[in-house]
Design a protein around this ligand. Structure first.
Ligand code: GLC
Length: 444
């Protein structure tokens, strides 16, 4: 109670300032005044009620307004879209201010898969609001990711999973029958294609991925570890699951740097990798499904010259294909004045009709397996079959729900130490030991 009073006002002021800033930005950009969610910032903190307020997508598209209108009608309450920070770190920072202050200013909250555990104390358990059948709609990996203890704290709005992109024309040119099944095959093909292409293109590399010091490196490194039979830092019971398999996986990836991957891969994020691949300067790339549509753009140099498949598996019996899942979830604030209506809205905004509509409008892959059988969706998302396969069979969730709210800190320690392996400052065993030591306080 004590914390609530002062903290709540501080958080409201912060939220107000953010919304005010966003409102001015809209105005300053000459944005569409009628469409801008906050016209008068003074009204932002005390909206006319009843109204549900959704801190949703950072870039609001026509389809978002369409879904808001449909679901508002369905739950019998208008849903207002609030401007949201585009940078995920800023967004989490804002949530970490107004949620602990128990602010009721926001009802519906978008969050990245990795924040389920961090935000769980402030999110409503959606289990009682959904039938078993409604829960069964989504790929199980998202329910696993969003279940913190007994509570289901969010519903997936989209499917996102690691995929291997490969150049079909180059595979053919160098006599390879299909994409690599294992990491050894990838290493071999990448080296052969790179050696051949270098005679004409000095900029050409075999394999590009995300090695920068950020969350995307945690994603890549967990895929290496999981695919080679290693643990995911922390297991389902919150215990340390980090071993010599992980150490070997990190050493193996470090050996790619400067050989089949550019030195600069240690500062690459998604867009850097996509840039190289799409410009025709790489044979293979690890990326999310979004890169497919862009690679197929009319002016793309690799248009109709690439495809995607599941990520390679490690060798031996322990080896498996592993694609880390990502994407935006939708949760309901525990401090909402209208928890039932907000939960109904969350269900509606993520149901099959909404995800189908979104997929057809902008090509976002759904988090609902049944939709992948839809022919219109397959026409809109050409990689639908591979995305569905990876989400159903090779999906790996980061330990967001099992780290007691400490995922962000654990991932930070992990990607810093992993990056130091990639740059040759330490070996995999040293990274494993250092991570284990630094996260000891948060794991059992
Ligand atoms: C994508 C994923 C997200 C992940 C991020 C890492 O945006 O959807 O879950 O954390 O990439 O770079």
């Amino acid at each position: 109670m004590i914390r609530k009073g002062g903290g709540r006002w501080a958080a409201r002021i912060l939220l107000f300032l953010f919304l005010l800033g966003a409102g001015l930005l809209y105005a300053g950009c000459g944005g569409d005044g009628a469409a801008a969610p906050v016209e008068n910032p003074a009204l932002a903190v005390t909206p006319p009620r009843p109204l549900l307020r959704w801190m949703g997508p950072a870039f609001v598209r026509p389809v978002d307004r369409e879904l808001v209108a449909r679901c508002g009608k369905e739950v019998g309450m208008a849903i207002e879209l609030l401007p949201a920070p585009a940078n995920p770190v800023d967004r989490l920072g804002l949530y970490r201010q107004f949620l602990p202050a128990e602010s009721d200013d926001i009802d519906l909250i978008d969050f990245d898969v990795v924040w389920s555990g961090t935000l769980a104390p402030h999110l409503l358990d959606l289990n009682p609001h959904l039938t078993a059948e409604e829960r069964g709609l989504y790929f199980p990996v998202y329910l696993e990711n969003n279940s913190v203890g007994e509570a289901l704290v969010g519903l997936p709005q989209m499917g996102d999973v690691g995929l291997l992109y490969y150049r079909t024309d180059l595979l053919e040119k160098y006599g390879f029958e299909g994409p690599p099944e294992t990491w050894s095959e990838l290493e071999e093909m990448a080296a052969a294609i790179q050696a051949g292409e270098r005679s004409e293109n000095a900029e050409f590399w075999g394999y590009v991925w995300q090695g920068n010091v950020y969350e995307g490196l945690t994603v890549n490194a967990l895929e290496w570890q999981a695919s080679m039979g290693g643990g995911l830092i922390v297991d389902a019971d919150g215990r340390l699951a980090f071993d010599d398999v992980a150490a070997r996986a990190l050493d193996r990836a470090a050996a790619w740097v400067g050989e089949i991957s550019p030195e600069a891969v240690t500062v690459f994020q998604e867009e850097d990798a996509r840039w190289m691949f799409q410009n025709g300067n790489a044979a293979f790339m690890r990326n999310w499904p979004y890169a497919y549509g862009l690679g197929q753009a009319e002016d793309s140099p690799v248009r109709d010259r690439f495809d995607v498949t599941r990520m390679p598996r490690g060798e031996g019996e322990e080896g498996r294909h592993a694609g880390v899942v990502g994407g935006q979830q939708l949760g309901v604030s525990r401090y909402s004045r209208y928890p039932d209506a907000a939960a109904d809205a969350a269900r509606c905004l993520t149901d099959a009709a909404s995800q189908r509509r979104r997929a057809l409008a902008d090509g976002t892959p759904p988090a609902i397996p049944a939709l992948y059988d839809d022919e219109d969706l397959q026409a809109r998302i050409p990689a639908a079959a591979q995305i569905a396969e990876s989400l159903a069979e090779h999906a790996v969730a980061r330990p967001a729900a099992t780290t007691g709210g400490h995922y962000t800190e654990i991932s930070l320690v992990y990607f810093i130490e992993v990056n130091r392996v990639l740059t040759g400052e330490q070996d995999g065993a040293s990274a494993v030991a250092r991570v284990a030591e630094q996260i000891a306080a948060w794991v059992e």
